[in-house]
Design a protein around this ligand. Sequence first.
Ligand SMILES: Cc1ncc(COP(=O)(O)O)c(C=O)c1O
Length: 469
Amino acid sequence: VPVDWSTFGVDLHLVPGPGGRRAGLEHALRDAIRSGRLPPDTRLPSTRALATELRVARGTVTAAYNQLSAEGYLSARTGSGTVVADLPRGNTPRARAVPADPQPPRHDLRPGSPDVSTFPVATWLRATRRALAVAPMTVYGYADPRGRLELRTALVEYLGRTRGVLATPDQVVVTSGYVQALSLLTTALVRAGGAAIAMEDPGLGFHRDVVQRAGASVLPLPVDDDGAVIDHLSTLDVRAAVLTPANQYPTGAMLHPRRRRAAAEWALRHDGLLIEDDYDGEFRYDRQPVGALQGTMPDRVAYLGTVSKTLAPALRLGWLVLPERWVEPVVEAKLHADLHTEVIGQLTLADLITSHGYDRHVRSCRLRYRRRRDLLLHRLAGRFTVLGVAAGLHALVQLPPDGPGEPEILARAQARGLALTGLAEHWHTPGAGRPQGIIVGYGTPRDAAYAAAIATLHHILSPPRSPRS
Ligand SMILES: Cc1ncc(COP(=O)(O)O)c(C=O)c1O
């Protein structure tokens, strides 16, 4: 019978081997030492303690220890009992080492991440403490697949106040980030017979993959300076479209009010669903944020949000605000995906929102990112066209057709230890003749590293000086 021993100071599961009690114990210990589960220098329990725990005679344990000492697996140290010996490496396959993180780049201006060094650790800890201090024991059990009511209620208030979202907590499903929200909604759409979804082109290739893996095909929806070209939707055989109206990813265009109206008309005429990705709607710098599309037609828009830009991607917390008829199919998909999202983070976020700590954090981040945006413009304006600067954590630097192209700029950046992302990888169908550009994620570096990263970018984008004649 396998035995779990806790007498070692560490818990250890041993499967006794064949033979009698002594042989079985020797086999189990040998195996634990060889496999690295009992690492060198681990102090073994006294023969008396182990014998009592295993309910065998003390002499059996003493004999097993002696045998393994003779074989070199154990060594008896005066004063510190019996310890696991440090066998020559070849004999001891250790637990496999965790691969080290790849070397981070010297400068990182890739889009996608906020400055994670601003994560409000102390505020988060206080919110967790407050939330758990009042939480009933039932919060540690299985929960509602829609997520905790505390968080859904807090989100409805917060999103209504800051983004103009209109909903009741019953329409909210808490997810593991935007990506899961997109996947669940696609699953629900596919089950309802909608096999194709329009997605902005350029857009994030990973999100296209998520939709395809959930069973839908993706049809490209072109984008121009006014955001997604909504008129094009009527030419596609789709009943759903994913849009980033507040800040198109990656061009940074805002969906023009005319296009917002056209989107609403399309949804009404085609019984369509608009999937609004409001991934960084809190970050708008020069004027009042435009409200969410959802607020103008709540029964035709599924609103998707996340804390990945405001707090940290690591939290994996996001939400869907759904038209009533999509709630049940999405909840069904959520239940079968993972039952529900982790609860303690949900309670903490609910506390953070209701105590307004979330507002304060977002406000201070907005100031920080605005300063960074200003520095980027200061360094590049006048020489390059920089698009999408009014909002978000990234901007698009257009590369003029007569200058060095994307591959050359990316190669120069790599040579100087600067991680950059080109526009090319965002096209649905890559090809020659596309506009070229660099997406500068100005949220990513720490404050202290930002100016140097921008200086390096400036250097790389500047054409080499021609030799003086
Ligand atoms: C366009 C867009 N939407 C959504 C997200 C957020 O995704 P998640 O909540 O899964 O981290 C990102 C993150 O980079 C993004 O770029």
